[in-house]
Ligand binder design. Structure first.
Ligand code: SAM
Length: 268
């Protein structure tokens, strides 16, 4: 991918040419291990799962799709970047997953229907118009359907910049990436208040929320032994849904539910 034209026509950061870098930096090390360990514990707790079909929007290399497929869900993985999709196809061979090469904006045509379960993890922050994308996700949920949404937390990004000494950058609130190079700083980091407002506007209720990596990314030194690593994992588990810690998780993980009105509540 050339550095001069890395964004899609819609201004989104598709991950074409980034499959290896993404695999290494987001999933390869302890950060990825911790994220997957926390999801493994949180998803069954935060979602009502009964094997319903899942649409995984911006599914990347397919780690989340694999998690659901191994638990008996038929999965449709939607992803615009061809090389991410090719790698996901290889990794997920033999699992009940179908693959659609398309962006979220094409969801109404390419994965039509009202879905009982949609996952969209770590995608909205790579879009130029995350609010419109959120509305599209909400519109494609069935009544009573659940959206598992994970977003990169702007407040956590500010905090980590200050901890690292990037004070001027934090003061000027220059937190987002430009998407112009092979950097993995999101172009649209989001805050909790935006998710609260967009949910209200789209008729979604926030059923639960958690912070993913509420301590790890602020450590002065990485854990120096396996025993310390296990202590850190236990702390992350214990406080990921506890006030005020979840608020500064590197990612915020939500379960959003499409509200259904009973006939008596329906306005005439
Ligand atoms: C950080 S990765 C997350 C992948 C996966 N959901 C996960 O949690 O591992 C972001 C993904 O969003 C995809 N993406 C970018 N723009 C998109 C769009 N408009 N619609 C759907 N996916 C998009 C990228 O190509 C990339 O695979």
């Amino acid at each position: 991918m050339s550095d001069s034209a890395p964004l899609s026509p819609a201004g989104d950061r598709h991950f074409d040419g980034l499959a290896d870098k993404f695999a290494g930096s987001l999933y390869g090390g302890p950060r990825g291990e911790l994220r997957l360990a926390l999801l493994d514990e949180l998803l069954p707790r935060m979602l009502e799962l009964d094997g319903q079909p899942l649409l995984d929007v911006g599914g990347g290399l397919g780690q989340l799709s694999a998690w659901f497929a191994r638990r008996g869900h038929r999965v449709t993985l939607l992803e615009p970047a061809g090389d991410m999709l090719a790698q996901a196809r290889q990794e997920l061979a033999g699992l009940p997953v179908s693959f659609v090469q398309a962006p979220l904006q094409a969801l109404p045509e390419r994965a039509a229907g009202r879905w009982p379960l949609i996952a969209c993890h770590a995608v909205l922050e790579w879009l130029s118009d995350p609010k419109a994308a959120f509305a599209t996700l909400a519109e494609n949920l069935a009544p009573g359907g659940q959206l598992s949404l994970m977003v990169f937390n702007r407040d956590a990004l500010r905090f980590s910049n200050v901890v690292k000494g990037n004070l001027q950058k934090a003061l000027e609130d220059r937190l987002e990436g430009t998407g112009k190079r092979q950097r993995l700083t999101p172009i649209s980091p989001l805050c909790h208040e935006q998710i609260v407002a967009w949910s209200r506007e789209s008729g979604l209720a926030i059923r639960s929320v958690a912070g993913i990596r509420v301590f790890h990314d602020y450590l002065r030194q990485p854990p120096s032994s396996e025993a310390d690593w296990q202590r850190l994992v236990e702390l992350e588990r214990r406080y990921c849904q506890v006030d005020p810690h979840w608020r500064l998780g590197r990612y915020l993980l939500y379960t959003l539910v499409h509200e259904t009105r009973s006939p008596e509540e329906t306005p005439r």
